[in-house]
Every structure is written in C-alpha cells, then in structure tokens.
Design a protein around this ligand. Structure first.
Ligand code: ATP
Length: 351
C-alpha cells in the first residue's frame, strides 16, 4: 500500500514535536525513520498507527484518508522495541492471538471453519519466521531474537497493509541485531509489505532501507535512498549524520576548490582525502602541506589524523603502507567535498 503524509504537525503543550512533515512512500518499500533522540520519529509512527491524533495534516493509505479511522480500521501491524508477548501464552497462541480481529472480518464460511483457518495461518507464519519447532514454547523459553520474530509473526498474522516498527532491534546485542536486519530485509522482500521502521542507528538504516527519512527537531531534513543521502546530502545536518564527515573552514583556500563561496559551510568525507608522504601523493602540486598528529591501527587500515594550518582532517591509509609517525610532514589532497549556503548545496570535485 502506498502512504502519503501531508503537512503533519503535533504539539505537546507548547512543544512542537512534529512540524509540517510531508512525505510519500511507495508500495512495498522498507523505509527507515531516522534521527536524533526527540526528533519526532515515534510521534509520527504513532500518528500513522492512529494512537496519537495529529493537530493538523493529512494521512493517506492508498487513496483512503485515514485520519478519522481507529487503529484497528487502519489495518496496520505494529512491533515495538520490547516484544510485549503474552507470557502465559505459547508461541503458537501468541501468533494466533494476532488473528482474532481478523477473524471477525472474515466471511461466515471461513469463520465456521475457524480452527482450521487459524492453524494453517499460524503454521505458515511459524515457517516464515523459522520457528516451527518452537511453537509450544513460552516466551521465557526463547532468546531475545526469537521473541522478536514471534512479535513480527503476530503483527503479520492478520495480513496488515502497513507494518510499523519502533526500534524493533534496539534491545538485542550487536550480533543478533545484524542477523535480524538481514532477516527483516528478506522477509519484507518476500511479503512485499510497505514497512516503516524507526531507528537511532544510521548503520542499520543504511544497510537495509530502500529509503530513509531523516528527522530533526520535528522537521524532515531529507528523504532519499541511503546512497543519495551519502553522496548528495541536502543539509549540513544530513551530511554530518550519515557517514563520517569533516567540517572544513575556508574550503576556497584548497587548490581545486577556489570557486567555493567563501561563506559556505563545507564538508569532506575521509575517503575523499589523501594523506601521504611526498612519495605517496602523486599530484603534489594540488596538495597542501600538513603534519601528522596521530596514527591509529584500525585492522585493515590506519586512521591518520593530520592538521593543515588550523584544519584537522582524518583519512584512512591501507595497512600495508605502514604507519605514519606523529609530526611527519605530509601532503594532503582533497578529491571531493560538498558545501552548503542557505538552502543551496554544492557537490564539488577536484578535477
Ligand atoms: P527517541 O529516538 O528518543 O525515541 P523520537 O525521535 O522518537 O525520540 P518522539 O518520541 O517522537 O521522538 O518525541 C518527540 C518529542 O516530543 C520529544 O521531545 C518528547 O519528549 C515529546 N513528547 C512525545 N510524546 C509526548 C507526550 N505524550 N507528551 C509530551 N511530550 C511528548
């Protein structure tokens, strides 16, 4: 189902939690709602779910305006950070519980045969989450990752048109999170269900999302694919939030970037910077002189921190080139950068 949100706003007292947010989401997309704490992510999710009433704005599910519909009428599935399974019910019963509202909507013929219908659907879902063998267990007999899969199955049971996930993996350790991310991506691809998930974790969003919505202080900073966000950030906030960015004062002083407006705010990414000795940097004529401040071992690479005049930069260096000692004089070359001035953004390249 396609989702459209128009000029959505919500205040709590005098605090503007969501401020004129508009976006559209295509059918079957997996979309990450991302941003710093307090940015309004959960509030938007709750308004989509019908758990919170907007002050203004419109919500469309497909062609249908849903502002006045109850959460049940909206046909959504919801998974929270804490699995919220019923402790006294088995895995099977927890999933079957998700079907109760659905049963009421089914034609009489199927309802009369309710037990068989439920059995078939629960078994399908158990297979989908890969937990068919654990149907008779209770939640306290499951790992965190398994519990969260059951919560997914319960949310999916009534075949919702939209799946809303609020930090679904936040309570898991790093390894389980990684597994569940991959699993979620696969499952959404298979089911083709439009899904919106809230996360703090940019790495998580970049890895699995088709699109990301970046929110800050109740406003939408940018919507786009992870690649777009990374290569074409539209605001300094997005540039700093997605991936590693280094702010460069006075970019116009760097060779190749003389055209940069002097009052623009400029950023580079570490992989756009080359730092090396005279032998290693071929285009010395375009480079500036700097000095190494620190060299840290990062497994496959060295992280080199260097200073050029007052600007601190860092870049990665292949491990086989060996470390650079602090105070070594180096050549520093910028290959790309991007700059922002007011509402304008400029991707820049050193050609
Ligand atoms: P987090 O990542 O910390 O969960 P978030 O981006 O999801 O943050 P929200 O939970 O949407 O942010 O909250 C946005 C702002 O609105 C916060 O400053 C929060 O304190 C405030 N807020 C949320 N719900 C209420 C409420 N019921 N009453 C008053 N203020 C609220």
């Amino acid at each position: 189902m396609q989702i459209a949100v128009r000029q959505l706003s919500k205040r709590f007292g005098s605090f503007q939690a969501v401020d004129g947010v508009s976006f559209e989401i295509g059918e079957g997309k997996l979309v990450g709602l991302l941003g710093p704490s307090g940015g309004g992510k959960t509030t938007i999710l709750r308004m989509l779910a019908g758990l919170e009433e907007p002050d203004s704005g419109e919500l469309f599910f497909g062609d249908r305006k849903v502002n006045r519909l109850s959460p049940q009428e909206r046909e959504i599935g919801f998974v929270f950070q804490h699995y919220a399974l019923f402790q006294h019910m088995t895995v099977y019963e927890n999933i079957a519980f998700g079907l109760q509202t659905k049963m009421k909507q089914l034609p009489d013929a199927i309802r009369r045969n309710g037990k068989a219908y439920i059995d078939q659907r629960v078994n399908e879902l158990l297979a989908l989450i890969g937990l068919s063998d654990l149907a008779a267990r209770f939640p306290h007999q499951l790992s965190g990752g398994q519990k969260q899969r059951v919560a997914f199955a319960r949310a999916l049971a009534p075949e919702p048109k939209l799946l809303l996930l609020d930090e679904p993996f936040a309570a898991m350790d790093a390894k389980v999170r990684r597994e569940l991310r991959g699993w979620l991506r696969e499952m959404i691809d298979r089911l083709g269900i439009t899904t919106i998930f809230v996360t703090h974790d940019q790495e998580e969003a970049v890895e699995v999302a088709d699109e990301m919505l970046i929110l800050q202080q109740g406003r939408l900073e940018q919507q786009g694919s992870p690649v777009d966000m990374y290569t074409k950030p539209r605001t300094p906030f997005v540039a700093g939030f997605i991936g590693e960015s280094i702010r460069v004062e006075g970019l116009s002083r760097w060779k190749g970037f003389e055209e940069t407006p002097p009052d623009a705010e400029a950023f580079v990414r570490p992989e756009w910077i080359e730092i090396g000795t005279a032998k290693e940097v071929p285009l010395k004529s375009a480079a500036r002189l700097g000095v190494v401040e620190n060299c840290l071992f990062r497994g496959s690479q060295w992280l080199i921190e260097a200073k050029v005049d007052d600007t601190k930069l860092f870049a990665y260096r292949p491990v086989e080139l060996g470390p650079l000692q602090p105070n070594t004089a180096v050549f520093v070359l910028l290959h790309r950068a991007y700059a922002f001035r007011g509402q304008e953004s400029f991707p820049l390249e050193n050609t």
